[in-house]
Design a protein around this ligand. Sequence first.
Ligand code: ZN
Length: 217
Amino acid sequence: MRVVLVGPPGAGKGTQAQFIASHLSIPKISTGDIFRANVSGGTELGKLAKEYMDRGDLVPDEVTVAMVRDRLSEDDAQEGFLLDGFPRNVPQAEVLKKMLAEFGISLDVVLNLVVDDDEVVRRLAGRRTCRSCGKVWHELFDPPAVAGVCDACGGELFQRDDDREETIRHRLEVYQEQTAPLISFYADEGILQGVDATGPVEEVTQRAMSALRRFAD
Ligand SMILES: [Zn+2]
């Protein structure tokens, strides 16, 4: 099966990508992994990407697309794959569609993890990080024995700027703005499937798997 997974920050996308890919016995292909593999492998594309990253610039679409093309051409991706983090926008989705058509294949389904903004804020804004050892706790889901103190090392816990409610809400707005056109693109293609991503991780995986089975029929 050829699957694309999309979802906002805080939807547990990375975890779900791993579980779903392993249930389907297909490789999980994330842009992060592809970048790291190319950079550490010293490929031409990796060197090119690193020049941009070292300057603090975004890696251009053409470089990302070329890396994705290389990765999808590998043996383990021939029976299917789960893409995580690509495509990010409609132009990338169009390029992917063309690329797959050249390979004589197409996407089967795009899973959209759906979580409402308040739930994302509840998940992320409760995170507290230890100043000494860096361990991350959660006020609701994984609280230390004494509030504000790290169980592991006795260090002081603090809230990272990334975990502040305003920052999270801003990231969600940016995500919705960028992703809404992508979601419509795949809805028009008739391959979009929403998955309720609230509740325990295993339940979300089960929902995703039933959605995929519906599409496989
Ligand atoms: Zn600590």
